[in-house]
Design a protein around this ligand. Structure first.
Ligand code: GAP
Length: 483
């Protein structure tokens, strides 16, 4: 497992070398903190997105999915609080002109200290951040003589809040154009459609609305590969509940989401909860599901109890009534109710989930063979259900009718799952390449296939090989994908 930071660089190179992830606009030397997913990466990402979508919208009969636009009316972001509050405290070094996120600067310094001192400074930082004490944060930096990594000086500006939203203009005539924002979260597309979905879908509370899609944040310090990007994808679900029941649902979703991560192959011991000390402007409770990335424990998913903040704000700013009429309250003998539902949100970054799966899958293996010689391989142990390519079909030779038989198997399997066909190179080399891209099964068609219609199946994880009837290959793989 790539759980050592020195393996992280190798994982990044591997992603590029095998068509998983490329730097955006690499031809022009790249665009910082923006990445493109290659032919295998796009498929793995889709498999993850599909697994999430299925778990939310198919396996929960009270959750439906939507696809709202990225562009939204500018007042949405005023109402949601993002125009005024969606910012990070930043500080500039006057000698290098380099801008830092204050928490990142202090965290990097804390890592250079012994554990007790490091924890003390981080606790002080958390206290100052929770109190929005910007001058206190500057004093903390000066008091510890924290230096800029480039200029090596402590010549700092004041700490300022820096809004993370990207803005652009909509409209063709400059004077008439309106400033709009690229959405920094997908959630608002759900809130503004609450009534549309509730009414047209005749949804009864409690119910959820799910959505996946791009979000954009002008992250000043974008780092750790696809962990923190400026353009990324979120998978969010807003669960609308009766006021007063939100903590019950918060606990339900906290456990349900952690179990879901485990169900796609993330070991329980690599996941933990981290309660927020400083709550976002909309939340009355919040936690992160953290994963132990190669560079430490970091947020993978957020679970937020968002109260009725967003719906109330949109009702105020749009001057429309956004409420739910709860018939069931009457049936339960309680007062009839029109109320603004409370919301529990689950929000996971698809790119972070991708990085989680890849960092668990990447392994460099070495072993001694029976003849005493050394052998090695790089393998991506991606769970079968998620692997971009499920089966490689490899005729042993490019002649004697073997490619024709192989193509018959390809035609049988490709309507059901992704296959890869390859007839070049020695078989050992082809197996290594399939290990490196994470293909869980390879099937070799040889001369014996012509006699008894059996093939050699080779398993990626164990490297074991066995013969099986060619007619059973498709069903065996379908069974593995389903488990
Ligand atoms: N709607 C709530 C919300 O957006 P968040 O904690 O800011 O909450 C949710 O973001 C998730 O989105 C995070 O847990 C993370 O997985 C992902 N995410 C946030 N910022 C990101 C970035 N710059 N790059 C990649 N993923 C990001």
């Amino acid at each position: 497992m790539a759980n050592e930071s020195n393996n992280f660089q190798e994982l990044i190179s591997h992603c590029k070398e095998y068509g998983y992830i490329f730097q955006s606009s690499e031809l022009y030397d790249g665009l910082s903190a923006v990445y493109d997913y290659g032919q295998l990466g796009a498929q793995l990402k889709k498999n993850l997105r599909d697994a999430w979508w299925k778990s939310m919208t198919q396996l929960h009969d009270n959750i439906v999915g939507i696809d709202a636009a990225i562009f939204m009316h500018p007042t949405v972001w005023k109402a949601s609080g993002h125009v005024d509050n969606f910012s990070d405290p930043m500080i500039d070094n006057k000698d290098s002109n380099k801008r830092y996120r204050v928490d990142h600067l202090i965290e990097a310094y804390a890592e250079t200290l012994d554990e007790t001192k490091g924890k003390a400074i981080l606790a002080e930082m958390d206290r100052l951040l929770a109190a929005d004490d910007l001058s206190g944060l500057k004093q903390l930096i000066e008091q510890h003589q924290i230096k800029c990594a480039i200029s090596k000086t402590c010549n700092w500006t004041d700490v300022r809040q820096f809004n993370l939203m990207f803005s652009t203009q909509i409209g063709s005539v400059a004077e008439e154009a309106d400033t709009i924002y690229l959405r920094p979260e997908t959630a608002q597309g759900i809130f503004v459609n609450f009534l549309n979905v509730q009414k047209t879908g005749r949804m009864k509370i409690p119910f959820g609305i799910a959505q996946t899609g791009k979000a954009f944040r002008n992250e000043i310090v974008a780092r750790q590969f696809i962990f923190r990007m400026r353009e990324f994808e979120q998978m969010e679900m807003q669960f609308f509940v009766r006021p007063g029941t939100q903590m019950e649902w918060y606990n339900y979703w906290k456990e349900t989401r952690k179990k879901w991560h485990e169900s796609i192959g993330i070991p329980a011991e690599k996941l933990r909860f981290h309660n927020h000390i400083k709550l976002a402007h909309y939340a009355d409770a919040a936690l992160d599901i953290e994963f132990e990335f190669p560079f430490g424990w970091k947020e993978l998913e957020g679970i937020h109890s968002r109260t009725d903040f967003d719906l109330t704000q949109h009702a105020t700013y749009s001057k429309k009534k956004i409420q739910y009429f709860d018939n069931d309250l009457n049936e339960e003998g309680k007062a009839y109710g029109n109320y603004t539902p409370f919301v529990v949100e689950t929000s996971v970054g698809l790119d972070r989930l991708f990085l989680t799966v890849m960092s668990l899958a990447y392994a460099e293996e070495k072993w001694t063979k029976e003849d005493g010689t050394e052998d090695s391989r790089v393998v991506l142990r991606i769970p079968t259900a998620l692997a971009p390519t499920k089966l490689a079909i490899l005729p042993l030779l490019k002649k004697d009718g073997l490619p024709e038989i192989a193509r018959e198997l390809l035609d049988e399997c490709k309507p059901h799952f992704h296959c890869f066909y390859e007839e070049k190179d020695a078989i050992g080399k082809r197996y290594r390449r399939m290990d490196a891209i994470g293909t869980p099964f390879c099937v070799t068609i040889d001369h014996q296939t012509k006699e008894d219609q059996t093939v050699t199946i080779r398993y990626r994880d164990s490297m074991l090989q066995e013969r099986m009837p060619m007619s059973k290959v498709k069903d065996m793989i379908l069974e593995k994908i389903d488990t």
